[in-house]
Design a protein. Structure first.
Ligand code: ADP
Ligand code: ZN
Ligand code: ZN
Length: 739
């Protein structure tokens, strides 16, 4: 930028005001050092804040003497290139979200706090020739030295981090070894040679369908195309991803692979590390701030080639991005459900467009949005209709439990099938129940009292092991009582099924079988999930019981029977997306069965065996269901045939919300020159939550452009309403949950 005098910096600051702030730049700074995308330290309302320069201008509308100076510059190079900035600008317009929040809060936490953006090298150790020749058993007493010498002799090279975790005596041993000239120390960003256990596994020979898919995508590298890879569970999508990645790496480009929840599928990371002799970094919320910063920088600087991440990884700047892959594209965890409510899938598509590269969306159960985009020819559909290798599709059966005697939620017919499967060597049963805790309701048999949360309109869930009642909405905990507080009788009953209850029952019924429960509770402790998954894959488990965690892309080759309990309530949900979500869930859970040599079976317990959703899905499969559901949505003019934005309001006092809507509604009527359908205000489905009363207003239009043309001028006006100070509000563009 050519400016004669020191310009004024327009700085994005992480506050909820939708504007940039002007700061003067001290004359001492050379103009060439001041670029867009550089972090600065500024004083804002008496506080020091880290901001990002997004613009420079010769003068400000505010008088010079009133302007503050930038306190210091934190970067010498821009953190975000212009392409990255372009994406974030698009985001802020599309989601109508404050610019400073978007630019600053999509950075890794440490950068937001002002940490220097320097990728740290790590020390790696290998033995010298002398070191390699020492006989470890010659250490009679120095057992730690013996241990480390042996360990290093068995590998080519090991990082300081790994060595330290092996034993805390490493620093002393290191000093001793260096003194004896047994050790070589070198610093790298990433291990230059594959670590032990990281054999580079060879590629599989693709079957014909996989080959076709790969060729199609390969042809479009370096141009923007959206592919929807519709591949049944176990069809070898991951193998296609890996071979595609290999092609991109050969062009010296980088790859971004986004997944719903990486920590649930640690096997995938292992699979990638075994396959690629290229630096891989991961990025998700369970890592430490330091680890996330390192991953981010490694990708930005081009030191790492592959990024495996969740939705928060989406904003990582790449040096040379070649393809984006987004697996399980239907998964709702790609949508952020608080604060800045973006859809990682939709933003990833925009990112691919701005970068002019292909994006591959994969799923066995594509979202109706994506299928509609195929029909509109915006997406190109690719299919893998059969399971790879020798595995056959599982057989799905409905178990009618009307009038049947139940054993803690399991019918006799179901128990018989479970027992039959377990009697066969090495076969495992998977039981899906999407509710943690012991039971969802505590009720008095005598007077009908039900335990409810004091802060939410919600039942308390019984957690028997912890002797607690818990609210799953505000996380409040109460003591598990035995006497009814309303009638004082000891007549409290646990109603309904939770994983804890089924686990207890299975343990009593099958005392010699190993049963593992996988839910948020049982896997809370670090390392537990990995431990369980290893145990399952080693075949040392008979029954795997769990919540939706089980539906997430796991590959358990010994599971031959998958069971779904208690899905009926979802057949009657008011949410128009409920059928789609249920069909995806059933198909995904079913897809865990029979992935090995033996054909799998799936049992769905239901009191609605004639329900059209279930019969259609089971007789004709997910695609037939999806076409039917799309036709219904079209008739009702619901998304994807219309576009929605949900305006949510919450207040500690209902009156505050009433007052606000009284001011808001006339404004909306006045602004609505676009035929926007306005529904509400109405109570939110859960009216009270975390002590606040909640209301909502839905805006809907058949034209996305018109919806946004309505919202863009409306929001600044809403912010000026007096009554807004006493409420909390948010706007959810393309909401996927209308709660
Ligand atoms: P998806 O991601 O579609 O669920 P995976 O990629 O996990 O499926 O593949 C399922 C199984 O099929 C894996 O065990 C994988 O190794 C195997 N597989 C994939 N492609 C092939 C192939 N071309 N030949 C043989 N086996 C394959
Ligand atoms: Zn009672
Ligand atoms: Zn609560």
């Amino acid at each position: 930028m050519k400016l004669k005098n020191t310009p004024i910096a327009q700085v994005a600051i992480p506050v909820l005001l939708n504007q940039l702030f002007d700061y003067r730049i001290p004359d001492a700074y050379a103009l060439k050092d001041i670029g867009l995308g550089i972090r600065v330290l500024v004083s804002f309302r008496g506080q020091e804040k880290v901001g990002l320069i997004l613009g420079l201008k010769p003068t400000s509308e505010i008088k010079n003497e009133k302007l503050k100076f930038v306190l210091s510059f934190l970067d010498s190079q821009p953190l975000l290139a212009s392409k990255d900035q372009q994406l974030l600008h698009w985001l802020r317009h599309y989601y109508h979200y404050p610019i400073g929040y978007i630019f600053c809060n999509t950075l890794p936490t440490l950068l937001k706090k002002g940490e220097t953006a320097v990728l740290k090298k790590e020390a790696y150790f290998s033995l010298t020739l002398t070191g390699q020749k020492i006989d470890p058993t010659s250490f009679k007493r120095a057992l730690k030295q013996q241990f480390f010498l042996q360990t290093l002799q068995e590998s080519t090279q090991m990082s300081e981090t790994v060595l330290k975790t092996l034993d805390k005596s490493w620093p002393q041993v290191k000093t001793a070894f260096l003194k004896k000239n047994w050790l070589i120390e070198q610093a790298y960003y990433f291990s230059p040679t594959p670590l032990k256990n990281c054999l580079n596994e060879t590629e599989l020979v693709l079957n014909q369908a996989q080959q076709q898919v790969l060729q199609c995508i390969e042809k479009t590298l370096e141009t923007f195309t959206v592919f929807l890879l519709d591949g049944v569970t176990g069809s070898g999508k991951t193998e296609v991803y890996m071979q595609l990645i290999n092609k991109v790496l050969q062009k010296n480009q980088q790859v971004m692979l986004l997944l719903p929840e990486i920590s649930l599928t640690p096997q995938l990371e292992t699979r990638f590390r075994q396959r690629f002799n290229a630096p891989i970094v991961i990025y998700h919320s369970k890592l430490t701030d330091k680890q996330r910063l390192q991953s981010w920088l490694a990708i930005k600087l081009g030191e790492a080639s592959i990024l495996l991440g969740t939705r928060s990884a989406l904003f990582t700047p790449f040096k040379n991005l070649g393809v984006i892959i987004l697996d399980e594209e239907h998964d709702s965890s790609f949508k952020q459900q608080d604060k800045f409510r973006f859809s990682a899938r939709d933003v990833a598509i925009m990112r691919a467009k701005l970068t002019n590269i292909p994006i591959l969306l994969g799923s066995a159960t594509p979202s109706l949005e994506s299928l509609a985009n195929v029909t509109k020819k915006r997406f190109q559909k690719l299919a893998l209709p059969q399971r790879a290798g020798k595995a056959q599709p599982p057989k799905i059966v409905l178990l009618d439990i009307r009038n049947k005697r139940m054993h803690q939620g399991l019918s006799a017919a179901l128990l018989q099938q479970i027992e039959q499967t377990l009697s066969k060597e090495k076969q495992q049963v998977l039981i899906f129940l999407n509710r943690r805790g012991f039971a969802p309701r505590l009720m008095c048999h005598d007077c009908g009292w039900v335990a409810c949360c004091a802060h939410c309109d919600a039942n308390l869930v019984i957690h028997q092991q912890q002797k607690q009642l818990r609210c799953h909405h505000c996380q409040h905990q109460y003591l598990l009582i035995t006497q009814c507080p309303a009638c004082q009788k000891n007549a409290l009953n646990a109603l309904g099924l939770g994983t804890e209850r089924v686990e207890q029952f299975l343990n009593q019924r099958y005392p010699d079988k190993t049963i593992i429960r996988l839910d948020a509770e049982s896997t809370q402790k670090k390392g537990m999930l990995e431990k369980y998954l290893t145990q399952i894959n080693q075949g040392n488990v008979d029954i795997i019981l769990g919540t939706q965690m089980l539906a997430k892309g796991h590959h358990f080759p010994n599971v031959t029977l998958a069971v779904l309990l208690d899905i009926d309530s979802r057949l009657f949900s008011l949410d128009f997306r409920a059928p789609e979500k249920l069909a995806q869930l059933i198909t995904q859970v079913a897809g865990r069965s029979g992935r090995g040599k033996i054909r799998g079976k799936v049992l769905i317990q239901t009191r609605q065996p004639q329900h059209p959703l279930l019969t259609l899905l089971i007789q004709q499969g997910y695609n037939a269901f999806a076409q039917h559901a799309l036709a219904e949505r079209k008739m009702a003019l619901l998304p994807p045939y219309s576009y929605q934005a949900l305006f949510r309001v919450a207040a500690f006092q209902e009156q505050c919300a009433d007052d606000f809507f009284e001011q808001l509604m006339p404004l909306i009527i006045q602004q609505n020159q676009h035929n926007i359908l306005v529904l509400g205000p109405v109570d939110a489905p859960m009216r009270k939550r975390e002590k606040r009363y909640r209301f909502q207003l839905l805006f809907q239009s058949e034209s996305r452009a018109e919806l946004h043309a309505f919202l863009t001028p409306l929001l600044p006006k809403i912010k000026t309403l007096k009554t807004i100070k006493k409420i909390q509000w948010s706007l959810d563009v393309d909401p996927i949950d209308l709660y």
